[in-house]
Design a protein around this ligand. Structure first.
Ligand SMILES: [Zn+2]
Length: 366
């Protein structure tokens, strides 16, 4: 741009100059300067044109690269038979989006989508999200009240989950009192009784908080306990609350839509390859199952939710139709492997090798 501006300026000046001199013969020096100037301009214009050509050819290649690397036929990866009907497919997708919006706290957008898509969402479905968001919003504004109230009313179930949420909330309240300085000392001391139920599990943290009281007059920020005032405690509380509340309410911490989307991004290139191979070899029948992919796709540790068991005999992952069976000796094999190993109504464990009645094997559920 700078070059172009400069060029325009020079050109305009030259034009004015030549107009002023029209009709007058040029002196030798002036004509030399003029011709040098013109050559320079020509060179610059030439250089600019060739630069532009280079850029243009690169830019035009971008479009081709996009076309080459993106398959417009993504729909072909999923067979239509997966869905019962188009309407059902649309409904499931809309429901997933609505759930995602509720989970992200975008309540008004979710409501709008429900109205526009005439989706009927139960109040019972919405309620947990509404409550969760109300408490989280308060926590973001550093208001502990609603979260404490919730934690106290769900104390028993939180304890069953081994949750330290209630303790963390009380600790936060205590730290805020400490930050108030010496005039809050009495209040802080009397609040400390809330730690009593947690004395066994959080002894060390409680000791630290009691120790910090010594520095109340000096100011906590100048004491060895200044880490208590760190703002990261709030983020930690929000995280703990979301995780524990979600597991208590039977919700997933991350929205199913974002998890599916992230998994889809990882799996799509592999699925496209499989589709291409299946089409090339003309074996379309391979991929007919609704709930199963023709090969296993590694999605990374983040997507591990359930334990899986692979039969050591058949080297196959167990499934509902071929579940893992525990033999009386304690070794576990799949049912198909067990059936194959039966000989004359008896089963010899392939590992120990204890002889047993095949009917004594028990199904294991992970
Ligand atoms: Zn055995």
């Amino acid at each position: 741009m700078l070059h172009q501006g400069l060029l325009l300026c020079v050109l305009t000046h030259c034009q004015c100059f030549s107009a002023a001199l029209q009709g007058t013969p040029l002196s030798a020096t002036l004509s030399l300067v003029m011709s040098q100037c013109c050559r320079k301009i020509k060179d610059t214009v030439h250089k600019l044109a060739s630069d532009h050509k280079d850029i243009h050819s690169s830019v035009s290649r971008v479009g081709k690269a996009i076309d080459r690397n993106f398959d417009s036929e993504i729909c072909g990866v999923v067979s239509d038979a997966v869905w019962d009907s188009r309407e059902k497919q649309q409904q499931i997708l809309q429901m997933a989006i609505v759930e995602h919006l509720y989970q992200q706290g975008m309540l008004s957008v979710a409501e709008e989508l429900c109205q526009e898509s005439t989706l009927n969402v139960d109040l019972d479905f919405k309620q947990p999200f509404l409550e969760l968001n109300r408490i989280l919003e308060a926590l973001h504004e550093q208001d502990l009240g609603p979260a404490l109230e919730w934690a106290v009313s769900h104390r028993q179930r939180l304890l069953e989950l081994n949750s330290s949420l209630e303790f963390k909330l009380h600790r936060m309240h205590f730290i805020r009192l400490l930050a108030g300085g010496p005039e809050k000392q009495l209040e802080a001391l009397s609040y400390a009784r809330h730690f009593q139920p947690f004395a066994r599990l959080h002894q060390r943290e409680i000791q630290v908080m009691m120790g910090s009281l010594v520095y109340l007059r000096l100011g906590l920020e100048k004491s060895p306990y200044c880490h208590l005032l760190d703002n990261s405690h709030w983020a930690e509380i929000c995280e703990t609350f979301t995780r524990d509340a979600c597991s208590l309410l039977g919700l997933s911490v991350e929205s199913p839509l974002s998890v599916s989307f992230a998994s889809g991004c990882v799996a799509l290139p592999v699925l496209m390859n499989i589709k291409a191979v299946i089409e090339q070899r003309q074996c379309t029948g391979v991929w007919s199952h609704k709930d199963e992919l023709p090969i296993e796709i590694e999605l990374g540790m983040k997507c591990w939710y359930h334990s899986v068991f692979a039969c050591p005999i058949l080297r196959q992952q167990t499934s509902d139709s071929n579940p893992p069976i525990k033999l009386i000796c304690g070794h576990v094999i799949s049912r198909d492997a067990l059936n194959k190993l039966i000989n004359g109504g008896k089963l010899k464990c392939p590992y120990c090798p204890m002889e047993q009645n095949p009917a004594d094997g028990k199904r294991i559920i992970f």
